[in-house]
Design a protein around this ligand. Structure first.
Ligand code: PBG
Length: 305
């Protein structure tokens, strides 16, 4: 009766990795329990996610081919666009969010186009805008820019509005830190940078006030929801961003956070169910309205018991 925080399946988002070179399912070694999915398998997965009561999926694409600019990201017949259409036609009531970034599509693995060895922020905005329009036209219920270029939320909002897509919301990865906890994802998404790192555009883990500034800027540029990522080492940031923006806040319980619990549970060092429910409840207590997590299907089953 006196519990202050509820964790419910209605707050969860389940990420899917859709691969153009997979048919069926292929396990992702760095993320036990998570698979690369061909389009048909992604539709099956979407059906089971919906049956569990999870309201949304977040799509990541592994294209058949990459290039310098990441043109697979805005290909109307690209892997995420095809998967979005297939999932929306099979499960119209399941929300499809599309991660919006170039790193899975560029040969160099950076989140934007290069000028020399640095990412060209402003040239990248145009490519992200094309991608947002293409994803929204394919039926995305929201686009989720994870690139961390400056000014991209405003650029995406203008591009979507100009194309008559003013109803497509933007979920901005606003406070995205340059984190070691993305390691397993980069193997899963084949998106590790070929040289250097992402510290030019992702945030310094030491900076909380800057995270709040980034989130407020995104809100001013028209973000409908803001995100803090990773979640567990940044619970104070979740709270501060919630208080500063008043917007719905999503927290991304990232691949490394998932893999740590999975690995410890496999070795018998942790009780997986208790640890996951405690971690996600903590993320909610910090102020997250929505939690993006690879544990979503397990949590849905546990909460249902
Ligand atoms: C793409 C992107 C990343 C994640 C989500 N979108 C990786 C990165 O920035 O390197 C990480 C998700 C996870 O670790 O679960 N930019």
């Amino acid at each position: 009766m006196v519990r202050e925080t509820e964790l419910s399946v209605s707050q969860l988002v389940y990420p899917l990795f859709i691969s153009a070179s997979t048919t069926g399912r292929t396990p992702i070694p760095s993320m036990p329990g998570v698979d690369h999915l061909g389009i048909d398998a992604a539709v099956d997965e979407a059906r089971s996610v919906q049956a569990l009561g999870i309201p949304a999926v977040l799509l990541f694409g592994l294209p058949a081919a990459k290039d310098e600019e990441g043109s697979g990201a805005w290909d109307d017949e690209g892997i995420v666009q095809l998967a979005t259409r297939a999932i929306k036609s099979a499960c119209p009531d399941l929300l499809v969010f599309c991660d919006l970034c170039l790193c899975e599509y560029t040969t160099h693995g950076h989140c934007g186009v290069l000028s020399g060895t640095a990412v060209d922020n402003d040239a990248t905005l145009e490519l992200l805008a094309r991608t947002a329009v293409s994803q929204a036209r394919a039926g995305a219920d929201a686009v989720a820019p994870s690139d961390m270029m400056d000014g991209r939320v405003g650029a995406l909002r203008r591009a979507l509005d100009e194309e008559g897509l003013e109803d497509t919301p933007i979920i901005a990865y606003s406070a995205k830190f340059a984190s070691a906890f993305y390691g397993p994802f980069r193997e899963a998404a084949d998106s590790a940078p070929a040289f250097g790192d992402r510290r030019g555009y992702q945030m310094d883990p030491a900076n909380g006030a800057e995270a709040v500034r980034e989130a407020v800027l995104d809100a001013d540029e028209g973000a409908d929801m803001v995100m803090v990522k990773p979640a567990l080492a940044y619970l104070d940031v979740i709270r501060r961003v919630k208080e500063a923006t008043g917007l719905p806040v999503a927290a991304y319980n990232v691949s490394g956070e998932y893999a740590m619990i999975k690995a410890a549970a496999e070795r018998g060092l942790l009780d997986e169910r208790a640890a996951v429910l405690e971690a996600l409840t903590g993320i909610r207590r910090a102020g997250a309205d929505i939690v993006i997590t690879y544990h979503a299907k397990d949590v849905a089953r546990w909460l249902d018991q």
